[in-house]
Design a binder for this molecule. Sequence first.
Ligand SMILES: Cc1ncc(C[n+]2csc(CCOP(=O)(O)OP(=O)(O)O)c2C)c(N)n1
Ligand code: SF4
Ligand SMILES: [Mg+2]
Length: 351
Amino acid sequence: MSFIAKPKITHPGLPRNEIGLTLRDYEGSMSTLCAGCGHDSVSAAIMQAYFELSVEPHRVAKVSGIGCSSKTPTYFLGGAHGFNSVHGRMPSIATGANAANRELQYIGVSGDGDSLSIGMGQFSHAIRRNVNMMYVLENNGVYGLTKGQFSASADKGSKAKKGEANAYSPIDPVLLAISLGCTFVGRSFSGDKDNLVPLLKSAISHSGFALIDVISPCVTFNDHEGSTKSYAHTREHMLETVYADYVGAHEEIIAQVQPGEYRQVTMHDGSRVGLRHVDKSYDPTDRIAAISYIEKHRAEGAVVTGLLYVEEGSAEMHVTLGSAPGAMSEIPYEKLNPGAEALNRIQGRWR
Ligand SMILES: Cc1ncc(C[n+]2csc(CCOP(=O)(O)OP(=O)(O)O)c2C)c(N)n1
Ligand code: SF4
Ligand SMILES: [Mg+2]
């Protein structure tokens, strides 16, 4: 937690969004991360995305686990609800909160350590249930908070700061998520705001679990030569496939591209995601093809970015469960609790 308060002076000339808020209204407390940490750039992109979407901060619930990445929800959307949970357990907190109040927009922020080691089971089951949330995985290949041990996403042969090579094969969160049936999967880079902001806006508008794996370098423990999660390595090896161009429900699509290179996916709320195929051979709606494309390029050392997979019209958790409309948390207790007689009747079925 930062003890330095940010002065809240809003310049009258600052641009305002459709609900009259400025970007400053989407800020949180002062960051305590290392200067240059990729995670701070991701926070800036998240603020920009919610600002551009004109989401009221109090309609958002932020959840996270443990790690430098999981600290970041404190640094954006100060007016939102928030729950900093324990290591790897954020997905069950998000699932429970979403079950109780489906009216809020959920954003989970986690790290490669938090998601792919201790939290792997939780991560997988939130995907399987298609919990309606955006899950931002700030991926730096190390446990930053505990001083730079290799995480499960570190590439085999990648060098630690003191020179030792990682002996194990990596878990690629993107491939894992697609194979688990995740309904929206994207990858970006903290140093590429032009790609990241529209991808975040599209993920926020998706109905169901939306994973964004963001390569977010740790300047203190994993930004040296020999690391495959450094700024320099990511910039050199990034291979963009599909550019997600978010278009609001009432906006006009203006894309400077040839016919055939552009297609749209309509989201649940009527907004559209324009898919500009940077690599024309890539089809983000074909699961099997997406997996083999990402695997093939991964073997060649490329970091495939963009909107990698999207399933249109997916059924999020509440649709599958057939839950009552509205927030369960707002249903009066008398209505929520059917009473002893009804409970007896239900239990009677198993007697
Ligand atoms: C139960 C438990 N085990 C271990 C730890 C120690 N620990 C704190 S953060 C962390 C890893 C965080 O790595 P990551 O999620 O990649 O976040 P980063 O700091 O790299 O952003 C670990 C192992 C802990 N806090 N709780
Ligand atoms: S230790 Fe690494 S991940 Fe943590 S704040 Fe510093 S640069 Fe960021
Ligand atoms: Mg990490």
